[in-house]
Every structure is written in structure tokens, then in C-alpha cells.
Design a protein around this ligand. Structure first.
Ligand code: PMP
Length: 394
């Protein structure tokens, strides 16, 4: 049977060129970069090279501003807890949004227990952060604003440049979680005025379990992990060299290939959304119609449940998602869909297709061919479907 993967926000295949770049670091260049011999020297070169490639991809001024971590969750934890620890004498107020990943939201909740005040900014119906609310919440006590570059669940891209201008009027720092954006849009930390940036390797066809935090020179940050003093004392623990080399290669490929890849994805995405909404009544787009990640097709269908649609798609060989993989196991509707104002039942009717490099137009056409029948069948069985809709797609 045909097997089509459309859940790239949850996990991506590793590019074979990335695997090739990782291989030597398993059994050829296996020295510990902290040692003094030639094996270590080679390993150190690999570290520096990867750091350089990531700095280039995100427009950092210096490669020394890139610190490797175990992934986006650690980078988000470090940015928020590390800055709060250093800046608490200046103030104890943090601002974030109601649509962040749980690795930001749950850290912020933890900070409340530690005596910090946290404001969760509202978003509009498209998921765009309310800039007026940001201006109102900012005080001289605000030390950090943490806002994602783009939301992987609804695709919306946030106005980071405007946000940074507002944040810096009060001398607060801006942390941006760019996990969902890194493999999809061109980032430039200097142009956008970002102080701390979270990136993850698997979101740009690199291996899982490796990520980085960009720390703009001069940003006060206490380490999260103490030990042998690796990463210039800021993030201890023997470096994951194969992972780091893989992430570096993934960043290099992304820098060279993003533009072409992006254009292809936008073409597929736009066709996918247009035909879905045209052929299925009571179907709606989640997230912003144009300020949207190139690979994101987030939609919802009235009267039926996302899970039943997923099951039907899976039986036809298509793997998609009903929302963020991290909350997919709970029956609660996603906090992101609730934050954009969807009712419980609307949120439950949501489906998320996230496209990737290996998806073709044939894949999109195949799914577009399946969806009307799946929706029609499920609506015929659903007690919520109005009579006039039962038995007919239109
Ligand atoms: N932030 C965002 C926006 C995410 O989508 C994710 C999940 N891919 C994370 C953080 C956490 O990533 P990880 O589980 O790789 O640490």
C-alpha cells in the first residue's frame, strides 16, 4: 500500500547527506573535544564548523553565540530559567503567549511557583499575538518576553520585528522559540532584534536530540547544567559530536536549499488548502491565511472528530496529525486551538498535515482524493451532522 508521511512538524527524516556527515564522528573522529591529542583536535574542528554553520543560518554575528543543547525543550528551559536567575534583581516579570509550546508554558508556570509574575498574552483568531496587549503588559519590572517565531500547529508566523522593537523600549530581553520555523523560513537574529533563539536539529532534517540556543553577546544568562565546563562553562557535559556535526550539516543544507524548497512547499500547501476548502462544505482553515509556514495545512471540519479522520487516513496509508504530537495523547483539545477562540467541538474537528521535502504533488492529490469521502462517511454517522448534509458531500 502507498505510504505517505505528512507529519513533519512532529518529526522529520534525516537527510542522507546529514547521515554521511555524522558517520565519522562515531568511529573515526571519536576523540573527546576536551582532550589534548590529535583525535580531540579533529573533534574540536567538527564542533567549530557546526557552530559556524548554525551561526550563518540564523544570521548571528559570531559563532561563539551558539551553544549546543539536547534540543528545543532544553533551550527553552535554559533561556527562561537562565535569564530569570540572572535578571531577578532587575525585575520578576515575564511575558509569554497563550500559544507557546509546553516547553515554554510549563517553564513559565514553574516560574510562577518561584515567585515570578507571568503574563500570557492573548492572540487573535488567526493566532497573531496582540501587540497592544504586549505594550500594556510591559513594565520596568519585565525582564523577559518569550514568543515563538511560528506556531507549528496552526502555521501562523508572528511579527517578531515589531515585537522586538516594543520589547526593547523597556530594556527587556526577547527570547524566540524558532523550532517550528527553522526549516521553513529564513531567520536573521540581528535584523529581527532577537536576544535568545531556540533552534532544533530535527526540524531541519537533522538528527533528533540535538539543538542549540543562540545567546546574543552580552545577554545575561546563568547556566542550567553545571559540570565539566564544556561550551565555555555555559552548558556542561561531553558534547554529542555526531549530533552536532549532523545539525551543522543540516544547517548548511538548509541555508543553500531553503528558498527552492520553500517555494515548492508553498505551491503544494496552497493547492492543498484551496481544494480541500472548495470540495468539502463546512471546512475551515486554522491559522493565518498568508502569514503562514510554507508546509502547514491546518484545517477543521464541522460535525466530526479529527481522530476518526486520522484513523481513516491511516487506513489509506496517510500519516497526519490532529495537533501537536506532545499533546496528541490527551483528550483535551489543544491549548493553541482554544486560544484562537475555537469551541471545544471545533477544536476536536481539526486535522494537521505538515509537508516535507519528499512529498510530491501526487501525494497531495492522493489525499485530496480521499478526504471528501472520509468526511462524508463520518458525517453520515455523526449525530451532530444536520439532516440536509447527511448522505451528500455538498
Ligand atoms: N518548541 C516548539 C515550537 C515545538 O514545536 C517543539 C516540538 N517540536 C518543541 C519546542 C520541543 O522540541 P523537542 O521535543 O525537540 O525538545
Amino acid at each position: 500500500m502507498k505510504k505517505i508521511y505528512m507529519d513533519h512538524t512532529a518529526g522529520m527524516p534525516v537527510d542522507s547527506r546529514v547521515i554521511d556527515a555524522m558517520k565519522p564522528y562515531f568511529n573515526t573522529t571519536y576523540g573527546n573535544p576536551s582532550s589534548l591529542h590529535s583525535f580531540a583536535q579533529e573533534a574540536r574542528k567538527g564542533l567549530d564548523n557546526a557552530r559556524e554553520k548554525i551561526a550563518e543560518l540564523i544570521g548571528a554575528e559570531k559563532r561563539e553565540e551558539i551553544f549546543f543543547t539536547s534540543g528545543a525543550t532544553e533551550s527553552n528551559n535554559w533561556a527562561i530559567r537562565g535569564l530569570a536567575a540572572r535578571a531577578k534583581d532587575k525585575g520578576k516579570h515575564i511575558i509569554t503567549t497563550s500559544i507557546e509550546h509546553m516547553s515554554v508554558i510549563n517553564v513559565c508556570k514553574h516560574m510562577i511557583k518561584k515567585g515570578f509574575k507571568v503574563s500570557f498574552l492573548p492572540v487573535d483568531k488567526y493566532g497573531v499575538v496582540d501587540l497592544e496587549a504586549l505594550k500594556q503588559e510591559l513594565t520596568n519590572d519585565t525582564i523577559l518576553v518569550s514568543i515563538m517565531y511560528a506556531n507549528g500547529e496552526i502555521g501562523t508566523i508572528e511579527p517578531i520585528k515589531e515585537i522586538s522593537e516594543i520589547v526593547h523600549t523597556r530594556n527587556a530581553c526577547l527570547h524566540v522559540d524558532a523550532t517550528a520555523a527553522i526549516g521553513m523560513v529564513k531567520l536573521d537574529v540581528q535584523k529581527k532584534g532577537i536576544d535568545l533563539l531556540t533552534v532544533s536539529s530535527n526540524d531541519m532534517y537533522g538528527p533528533k536530540g540535538i539543538g542549540a540556543l543562540y545567546i546574543k553577546k552580552g545577554t545575561p544568562l546563568e547556566p542550567l547544567i553545571f559540570g565539566g565546563g564544556q561550551e565555555r562553562g555555559f552548558r556542561s557535559g561531553t558534547e554529542n559530536l555526531p549530533g552536532i556535526a549532523g545539525m551543522g550539516k543540516a544547517a548548511e543544507l538548509m541555508k543553500n536549499e531553503l528558498e527552492e524548497e520553500k517555494n515548492k512547499l508553498i505551491r503544494l500547501r496552497d493547492k492543498f488548502i484551496k481544494v480541500l476548502l472548495e470540495t468539502i462544505p463546512y471546512s475551515f482553515l486554522n491559522g493565518h491565511p498568508s502569514k503562514r509556514l510554507p508546509n502547514n495545512v491546518a484545517v477543521r471540519f464541522s460535525f466530526i472528530e479529527g481522530e476518526s479522520m486520522l484513523l481513516n487516513l491511516e487506513m489509506a496509508g496517510v500519516s497526519a496529525s490532529s495537533g501537536s504530537a506532545c499533546t496528541a495523547k490527551t483528550l483535551e483539545p489543544s491549548h493553541v486551538l482554544r486560544a484562537i477562540g475555537l469551541k471545544h467541538e471545533e477544536a476536536h474537528g481539526s486535522l494537521l498535515f505538515t509537508l516535507g521535502k519528499q512529498n510530491s504533488e501526487n501525494d497531495v492529490d492522493y489525499v485530496l482524493g480521499l478526504m471528501p469521502d472520509i468526511v462524508k462517511r463520518l458525517r453520515a454517522m455523526s449525530p451532530l451532522t444536520p439532516k440536509e448534509l447527511k448522505g451528500s458531500v455538498h
